[in-house]
Ligand binder design. Structure first.
Ligand SMILES: Cc1cc2nc3c(=O)[nH]c(=O)nc-3n(C[C@H](O)[C@H](O)[C@H](O)COP(=O)(O)OP(=O)(O)OC[C@H]3O[C@@H](n4cnc5c(N)ncnc54)[C@H](O)[C@@H]3O)c2cc1C
Length: 310
């Protein structure tokens, strides 16, 4: 690229039209409403656009990231030098037989609702999880004893070296909030996924189950802008318990506090910055390591300039 700005305009404008935005603040594409600008944002509306935009970026050697709902990423205040593809490829096809085929930009909670309406059981656990199907496939999202590993039949994945292929469940190598995709150091894009659920369930029973999960979330998790759970639970323990035992409930950096309700949730009380989140992440990791000898591993991802890995 010889120090010149990549030619996003020439290559992406024909693909996405006015959905190409230059120097675009990323805060509006994240749940925590945080994050500085990306050099370019391309909002894609179909699986074909998603694939094409990613392939263009790979061919041109542009730094590129896919954002689903932005529910699991902390984007730095300085933003991202490169292209961010915001995935609004939302087509969902729910069959009464139990197979659900959806584009990766489908809203996960929306997919849960459609499954319940079509009498399909097995995805109710995901009723409170913000973000897209693609983000959930990458992260092996889970709650209330369920997770994507228990639902995914296959994912349609494209990589620069290998083109687009169906990855069966085994190839995704799911583990706790982890997958072969998440561990990859080279680029990939999840274009779509197929879930296998149980057909002919009683929709009232499914609704009651989903309502129970929602009520449980309301009882145990603090309201307000957050990134969900900040750290993974270490084996045999809970990140929230350890942070609380380290005396950090209510600790504050700028506009962000460690929730007095649940210490694994860091709340943006207004005007919080990514730097404030990062300071509290460090504080929690350092204090818990000193007090209990436990290293807390981030559940969220850090993205963008100036956020060294924590
Ligand atoms: C209030 C709250 C509660 C939450 N509760 C839970 C919970 O109970 N359980 C749980 O597991 N998580 C939970 N989360 C975290 C989050 O909702 C999940 O991780 C979710 O699956 C993220 O999806 P997303 O589309 O927002 O992904 P993003 O945050 O947009 O992306 C996450 C990662 O996946 C990559 N990615 C996304 N889509 C694609 C794609 N199509 N192709 C390639 N890469 C892609 C991104 O580049 C990034 O690396 C919670 C978050 C919040 C804010």
């Amino acid at each position: 690229m010889g120090g010149l700005r990549p030619d996003y305009e020439r290559l992406l404008r024909p693909l996405v039209g006015d959905r190409l935005l230059l120097d675009e603040p990323l805060a509006r594409y994240t749940v925590a409403r945080l994050g500085g600008p990306a050099d370019a944002v391309a909002i894609v509306h179909s699986g074909a656009e998603l694939l094409k935009a990613a392939q263009l970026a790979w061919a041109e050697g542009w730094p590129v990231r896919i954002l689903g709902g932005g529910a699991n990423v902390l984007i730095s205040d300085a933003g991202f030098r490169g292209l961010v593809i915001v995935n609004h490829a939302r087509l969902v096809n729910v069959s009464f037989s139990g197979l659900v085929y959806a584009m990766s930009g489908a809203n996960l909670i929306g997919v849960v609702r459609q499954c319940i309406e079509r009498r399909l059981a097995g995805l109710e656990w995901a009723i409170g999880i913000p973000g897209t199907l693609g983000g959930a496939v990458v992260n092996n999202a889970g709650a209330h004893g369920g997770d994507m590993a228990g639902c995914v039949n296959k994912a349609v994945v494209a990589t620069p070296e290998d083109g687009m292929h169906e990855w069966p469940l085994e190839r995704l190598e799911y583990a706790y909030r982890d997958s072969a995709l998440k561990r990859r150091e080279t680029p990939f894009v999840v274009v779509a996924a197929e879930l296998r659920l149980t057909s002919d369930a009683d929709p009232d029973a499914l609704r009651a189950r989903a309502d129970e999960f929602t009520a449980h979330r309301k009882r145990t998790q603090p309201p307000g802008a957050s990134l969900g759970s900040m750290f993974k639970n270490p084996p045999g323990d809970y990140a929230g318990r350890l942070i609380e035992a380290a005396g950090l409930k209510g600790a504050r950096a700028g506009g962000v506090i460690i929730s007095p309700v649940h210490a694994n949730f860091f709340i943006n009380t207004g005007g919080g910055a990514a730097a404030d989140y990062h300071a509290l992440i460090r504080l929690a990791q350092d204090t818990v390591r000193e007090r209990f000898g436990v290293s807390l591993e981030l559940e969220i991802e850090l993205l963008g300039e100036g956020l060294e890995s924590a």
